[in-house]
Write a protein that binds this ligand. Structure first.
Ligand SMILES: Nc1ncnc2c1ncn2[C@@H]1O[C@H](COP(=O)(O)OP(=O)(O)OP(=O)(O)O)[C@@H](O)[C@H]1O
Ligand SMILES: O=P(O)(O)OC[C@H]1O[C@H](OP(=O)(O)OP(=O)(O)O)[C@H](O)[C@@H]1O
Ligand SMILES: O=C(O)c1cccnc1
Ligand SMILES: [Mg+2]
Length: 556
């Protein structure tokens, strides 16, 4: 089952608004008022049939990085598919827009769909770069303008989140598991759901967010909270101590086994039974009885060395007596490098002393305000963590809370449009363009090239002049070994034109696409910028248009 097959669910937030299911919050009124007031003014001024081209792109990569993962496309397509103002939307607009708006405009809005729009996009999950439009829309000016804010909100956070997650994955390495624990800290419920979805896209292995698991078919995982441990203060509180032996089926007293192991472990781990917490022991025994095949315990409630590891090992050995293998521990405070090494050492000692080799392989989960830098630092120090649980800094994108995707008109009725700015970075790339990625013989992406849509695509083995869009002296000849045309038509004549990948396939695409990037573009400190260029033809076109549009000042 994937998210497209899920129908209505809790709270009615995700509703079937059309042929495809989408978060019910995503609807035509989820926009800025100015889109609708502009639509009226366009309509009044007879621009209803003007044909526009808009580019959706960002100007800077997030997190001081040199790449961005494009995500959110499927949601944009669902939005186009279901775009329609309901009667209550129209009634609301009638009350809300300034007085004097002609009735025919509301009739026009009531019949408006996105069926005349064509949407081109880069594949979801692909690495993308500044100024190369990730989505390009063609169609009647009014409708394409009306889509701006909603498309931006669907792409900006999704891409930021997928990029953040991909960066965590890069620093953690491919063998460490990464779990998203951020729902409690996310920017509201919808932010939490998007965070879970797009952190999975970016390379996380699962989420603690149960609704995200249901909606997006993401693996849901988790341990338990400190409250579970602190809810017990003595073994006397245990209402049951019995657990069925996995093989024999005979009921045995798990607490008794654990207490016996505590005595034996005392020498091995150099901890006295008196100094360890009895309440913690009781909590772990009861948790093990509830989940004998999935026993994973939080060990830092009182003291990792003097209590948590000791009690965990006793309960895990007790479970072993009854034929079960515990899974591992979670550490949620203190020096995670030191404590994870200490835990691994303790497990190795127990494995040897009690002849339980699987103890060497127990999973060590670490959490507590982890970010990219913490993981890098832990890697430098050396640690034995198998899995990071990451919440706050992942979902809030601590290092950069927004991706600055923008949506700019680049052509109207076949005439290119340019937005000038004192800040060269902000000058838009005019006209309807195509984008190509040129690869070297070793399979690495060399440069992204924008051309006018009337130009022939670059050809393999043929020299192409690639120019910096604004700095005249910066140019290079590139002989590509492979040329990738970046845009596909995803939406045309009211239909989705591509077979949409599953979330799993988009997640795989992220890793495949990242592999095409040279390591120096991906390193965390001072990465090399990836080159984005324009053809000679487009360069001259931009600069001619710039001169035509820039007013000539007068000095007096
Ligand atoms: N070895 C390490 N190297 C670098 N950073 C670490 C290391 N171990 C833990 N950290 C980070 O240091 C910070 C410690 O934060 P803080 O001082 O609030 O936690 P704590 O005191 O261990 O926890 P608590 O207050 O819940 O007992 C966390 O962000 C954690 O991820
Ligand atoms: O630290 P994060 O990356 O956000 O990961 C999620 C955190 O949420 C939980 O506890 P919570 O923070 O609610 O309480 P605690 O810090 O006091 O354990 C968990 O124990 C983690 O610490
Ligand atoms: O399952 C966990 O361990 C978990 C879930 C959410 C937040 N912190 C931890
Ligand atoms: Mg915390």
């Amino acid at each position: 089952m994937n998210d497209r097959e899920i129908s209505c669910n809790s709270g009615g937030q995700f509703m079937d608004r059309g042929r495809m299911n989408q978060n019910g919050v995503v609807q035509p009124l989820l926009t800025d008022l100015y889109q609708i007031t502009m639509a009226y003014a366009y309509w009044k001024s007879g621009k209803t049939d003007d044909q526009a081209v808009f580019d959706l792109f960002f100007r800077n990569n997030p997190f001081h990085g040199e790449f961005t993962i494009f995500a959110g496309l499927e949601e944009c397509l669902k939005f186009l598919d279901s775009f329609h103002y309901s009667q209550s939307d129209i009634d609301y607009l009638r009350q809300t827009l300034p007085e004097g708006i002609e009735n025919e405009f509301f009739e026009y809005l009531g019949n408006l769909t996105a069926h005349d729009v064509t949407l081109y996009a880069i594949d979801e999950g692909t690495v993308a770069f500044p100024r190369v439009p990730i989505i390009k829309l063609e169609g009647p000016l009014i409708i394409v303008q009306l889509l701006e804010t909603t498309l931006l909100t669907l792409v900006n956070y999704a891409s930021l989140m997928a990029t953040n997650a991909a960066r965590y994955r890069m620093v953690a390495g491919k063998h460490v598991k990464l779990l998203e624990f951020g729902l409690r800290r996310a920017q509201g419920p919808d932010g939490g759901l998007s965070a879970s979805k797009y952190s999975y896209t970016g390379g996380f292995d699962g989420t603690s967010n149960v609704l995200a698991g249901k909606l997006f078919n993401i693996p849901v995982k988790g341990t338990h909270a400190h409250a579970y441990i602190t809810s017990f203060s003595s073994v006397g509180e245990l209402k049951t101590r019995l657990l069925k032996h996995k093989q024999t089926g005979v009921m045995e007293d798990l607490l008794e086994h654990a207490i016996r192991h505590r005595q034996l472990l005392s020498h091995v781990l150099d901890v006295s039974t008196e100094e360890s917490s009895e309440g913690e022991l009781a909590a772990m025994v009861s948790y093990a009885i509830a989940f004998p095949d999935g026993f994973m315990a939080l060990v830092d409630t009182y003291d990792v060395k003097r209590s948590g590891l000791f009690n965990f090992s006793a309960v895990a050995l007790a479970l072993n007596d009854l034929g079960y293998h515990a899974l591992g521990i979670r550490i949620d405070s203190g020096d995670l490098a030191y404590l994870s090494c200490l835990a691994r050492e303790a497990f190795e000692k127990v494995a040897e002393r009690f002849k339980v080799p699987w103890f060497n392989k127990l999973t060590i989960v670490a959490s507590n305000d982890i970010n990219e830098d913490t993981i890098l630092s832990l890697n430098e120090q050396g640690h034995k963590i198998d899995c990071f649980g990451i919440g706050t800094h992942l979902v809030t994108c601590q290092r950069q809370p927004a991706l600055g995707c923008v949506y700019k008109l680049v052509e109207i009725n076949g005439q290119a449009r340019i937005k000038l700015s004192q800040d060269v970075e902000k000058v838009t790339m005019p006209g309807n363009k195509n984008a190509y990625r040129l690869y070297s013989a070793d399979g690495h992406a060399l440069i992204d090239l924008l051309q006018k849509d009337s130009e022939l695509p670059p050809a393999v083995g043929q020299k192409v002049l690639c120019r910096h869009p604004f700095q005249e002296s910066k140019r290079a000849y590139v002989i590509p070994s492979h040329v990738e045309s970046l845009y596909k038509i995803y939406w045309k004549a009211g239909k989705i034109c591509q077979l949409l990948p599953t979330l799993e396939q988009v997640r795989e695409k992220v890793q495949i696409s990242l592999k095409t990037l040279r390591n120096d573009h991906k390193r965390t400190l001072n990465p090399t910028p990836y080159k984005v260029a324009v053809s000679d033809n487009l360069y001259n076109f931009i600069h001619d248009l710039w001169l035509q549009n820039a007013p000539i000042g007068e000095l007096s």
